[in-house]
Every structure is written in C-alpha cells, then in structure tokens.
Design a protein around this ligand. Structure first.
Ligand SMILES: [Zn+2]
Length: 390
C-alpha cells in the first residue's frame, strides 16, 4: 500500500517521497555495513617493547673462555631492536641499557613498568660448570619446578650482590638461599598465558633460524621478571661454557640469527594479541649486525645523526629553566603515552654527548642514558655510531 502524507495527495508525489525514503534507507544500510566492517577490523594500538640486555658494566655475567655474557646479550638486544624498528613505525623500543653499564635488576623492571611496556624481553647466556650442556632455554616467571631451573635463576639473581642496597629491593631474599625462594609462593604471574605465548613463539623461531638444542620453555623465579607488570620472558640464548655454543654466540651470524628470531617471535606474538596479520621481514645480512663496519650499504650520512641524553621521565611538563634542570643544556621532552621523556645535550659528536651524559649523571640523574636519532627518527646508539663512524 502506498504511503500517503497529508501534504502530498497525488500518486506522482507519493512516488517521489517513496524514492527519497528508499535512498535514505540505502544510505543508512551502507553506514551500518561500514560500521560493522570497522568493528571487525583488528584493533590496532601502538606498542612499547622493553629489550633488556643482561648484566653490564661491573657485572660481566657468565664468563666464557673467549667472551663475556654482557657483551653478547647487548649485541643481540641492539640488533633485535633494529629489526623491530625497521619493521614497525608504531613500536617504541626501550632499552634498559644500550651501552656497557651496570643496571640493577629491580631498576630494569621499574624501567619497563614506568614505560607502560606491553612486553619485556630479557636476553642472557647460560653457563654450567661442565662444558657439555648446550642449547637454548626460554623462561617465564614462576615457582621453581625443578632444582636445575632454580639454579639458572640463582645464577642470574646473583647479579644483585653487586648492587648497593640489594637487601632492600628484593623483599630481603638472599639470592643464594634455595629456601628463601619460598617467598615467591605468594607470587601470582598475572600474565602467564601471554608470557608463555611469547616464549613459545621465541622457541619456534629459534628452532627454525638458530638451530641450537631446544632445552624447552621453563618457569623459574627471576628477580628481573617478578616485579614487571606486563608479559615477560627471559631467554638463555645458549651456553657460553660450551665451545660450540660460545663460538656461535660470538659470531655475527649467530647474534644476527638470534636477534632475527626474537624479532620474528614478536611479529607473531603481536599478530596473536592484536588480531593483525603482519608478515616478518627477511633476515638481514649478518655482516651488518656487528656494528663495526661503516660500509654496509646504508645511504645515511653522519650529518643526519644526533645523540641526546635521556635523563628522566615525568608525568608533568616542566619548563627548561626549572631548577631541577640547572646546568643542563637544551632540555626538552618527547611525549610518550602519559609520560614526558626529558632529554638534553643534543650533539652530533658521540664523545661530546658522553660528556653531557656524565654531566646529567652528576646532576643527580644517575639513570640517564644516551639515545640517538637519524633525521628525527630514534635509532640505536650503536647504529648511530656505525653510520657516523664514531
Ligand atoms: Zn645472565
């Protein structure tokens, strides 16, 4: 039956109104369909990933016949960061250290928590008093299921003995006392499922690209993991105490393959969490992973590179002439989530930037560290040094 309106009495008028109604109905239908399509699109968010190179500075970590754990862990972590940053513009990498310096275990968790990180990845090398054990283990935080797992955690937790106030920062737990770890029975891993997912993706990538022995995914009570408030894993890449493993760990190819595997695991982890469908890039050339060559085919020039000192993170904005910044040059901030990261001492010279770092540290910002930018884009300090030949 035709719809009749009081102000339209003839048949032609009714047709015009009907056609207008159909058009409106069609537009509403299109809007509803596009809304539904939008709702089904994967939820995209920016990510913060914390990469934690084990040990550093006065703490060499495990010592092999030819290498130190701290150096291998740092190389792998920096290369992992390069892979992730090359692929993703919306992932911020936070390094707990990007140079050879000592960082307390509790501080590493604190850095991740303050950055509101989505994922925490700690990289280490295993060691044993015997030379035969070899291969890769990936840990998530948890109670010690076996004595062997506990021994790995005790070895890593021993770093706190080099810290000034270690009894205050780890709930009074003596890292060498097996009994003391009973304290962790009160601990609940809020992110166990996602931590295990990342651990699994990492081990799968290692099995494809690294091909060391797969010693499994395990749980143990690591100090560096237990105060993080996000999914977190600790990778024991291989045994520095085993000749073949150490040779692999020291090689540019080995470090590159490990870094690539961690990056690839992150891509797949992100796909699972976000519902996205990113494809990992191809593995890069191992010769570019050593950080020592300045002729690796990059077109960037030294003029594009600046170093800065990142010295604090506040929730508020302070002006550059605030007393808390006295004596510091070029103070500015970069907004990051709900925080403002404060930086100073912008300099093209690496050695001058290091002087600025010392100044910031003696000004009370003892956790200050160097960062680097290329054309305004954050890159790793090692990459910046390589490109600028410093
Ligand atoms: Zn370690």
């Amino acid at each position: 039956m035709p719809i009749r309106y009081t102000f339209v009495s003839d048949q032609q008028g009714t047709k015009i109104v009907n056609s207008a109604m159909k058009r409106i109905f069609f537009i509403i239908l299109v809007m509803l369909i596009s809304c539904a399509a939008f709702a089904q699109a994967p939820y995209q968010k920016s990510w913060v990933v914390v990469l934690d190179a084990g040990h550093g500075g006065k703490d060499p970590g495990a010592v092999g016949k030819r290498s130190h754990e701290k150096d291998i862990a740092l190389n792998i972590v920096l290369k992992t960061g390069e892979y992730i940053q090359k692929h993703f513009k919306d992932v911020e990498i936070v390094y707990t250290r990007s140079t050879d310096r000592f960082v307390e275990l509790y501080r590493r968790a604190e850095i991740a928590n303050q950055a509101n990180a989505d994922l925490f990845i700690s990289v280490h090398c295993n060691a044993n008093s015997r030379t035969s054990p070899n291969g890769t283990e990936v840990f998530v935080m948890g109670l010690n299921k076996t004595e062997a797992n506990l021994q790995v955690a005790i070895k890593e937790n021993n770093s706190v003995l080099l810290e000034d106030d270690h009894t205050e920062n780890y709930d009074g737990i003596d890292p060498n006392s097996s009994e003391a770890y009973i304290t962790f029975s009160l601990y609940t891993n809020m992110h166990l499922d996602l931590s295990l997912l990342m651990a699994q993706k990492t081990m799968e990538a290692f099995n494809t690209h690294v091909k060391r022995a797969d010693r499994g995914i395990k749980q143990a009570p690591f100090f560096v993991l237990y105060k993080t408030t996000m999914p977190s894993i600790l990778i024991e890449t291989a045994f520095i105490s085993n000749y073949e493993d150490e040779t692999y760990l020291m090689s540019a190819e080995g470090q590159n393959s490990m870094a690539y595997s961690i990056y690839k695991a992150f891509v797949e982890y992100r796909n699972s969490v976000d519902g996205s469908n990113y494809q990992p890039m191809q593995m890069g050339n191992a010769s570019q992973s050593t950080g020592s060559s300045s002729s690796s085919g990059t077109s960037a020039s030294a003029e594009d590179i600046v170093f800065k000192v990142q010295f604090a993170s506040f929730k508020e904005i302070f002006s550059a002439d605030d007393p808390r910044f006295s004596g510091m040059t070029d103070v500015h901030y970069v907004k990051d989530g709900s925080y403002f990261k404060y930086m100073c001492g912008t300099n093209a010279s690496y050695s001058k930037a290091k002087e600025e770092l010392t100044k910031a540290q003696s000004n009370g910002y003892k956790d200050a560290f160097l960062v680097a930018y290329q054309n305004g884009k954050r890159i790793s300090v090692s990459e910046a040094r390589r490109i600028s030949g410093q």
